[in-house]
Design a protein. Sequence first.
Length: 282
Amino acid sequence: MSETGAPQAPHEHPENIRLVASDVDGTLLQRFQPIPQATIDAVNALVAAGVDFVPVTGRPVRWLAPLQRDLPIVRHVICANGSIVYNLQRDEVVHAHLISTEVQHELISRVRAHMPEAKLAFETLDAFCIEPGFVTRWPQEAVTIDPAESPDIREVAKIMVRGPSTDSDAMLAAVSELIGDALHATHSNPTTGLIELAAAGVTKAHTLAEYCQRRGIDADDVAAFGDMPNDIEMLTWAGWGYAMADGHPTTLAAARAVAPAVRDGGITETIRAFAAAAQRRG
């Protein structure tokens, strides 16, 4: 840390990294843009050197095609903010942390009572269900439902709340107070007012820790990159947490180190350093 408390780019990168976890939008790539070729090359070199590379994203399964296309060497991705582990090569769900129908019902009841202007969406394992008035980037992907008439939406991995305010930090505070500990709330964009809900305790860090435990990898041997509040738990869990230089202030405050913004090279040089260290280890 600097004297101001902001994370700094480390003079030396750790030599022991066995797994790199990277957020996608704003970290691996500019939001909804292709992965830079230099980053693709660096990831390929990293994996070839024996280091696992795992994208860890808020994206749903239906938005993973760019990763399948550009990073065919990568096997697993943790998506929906930790709710789903997906095998990119087999195109199948490996594991999912789902939200029970009881919790869904309670959430709908509380939102209707205390935040009636808010609109809800439900990301399931095979569909994207929205209620009328929920604004989404690609409405053609959505199935419009009335939650009151569809009380048992099955296999829900993530619920989204879009409120009357576009201030996502303010919306996060309001929704967090509303739901208590029944769900985990976060956001991945400061100006949309879109709040993302997962099952209680489920975060990117939670599922990444499970993934690493099954492979005998300690947190100290993990480097993680991210830029938004939905990355904070992951950056603090990993031995080395890198916030992107243009990231959210709370994410920068939580990180151990800083990486350049995607437009300035992003994670590329750092993972090249990890790949070189892995090659030296043999």
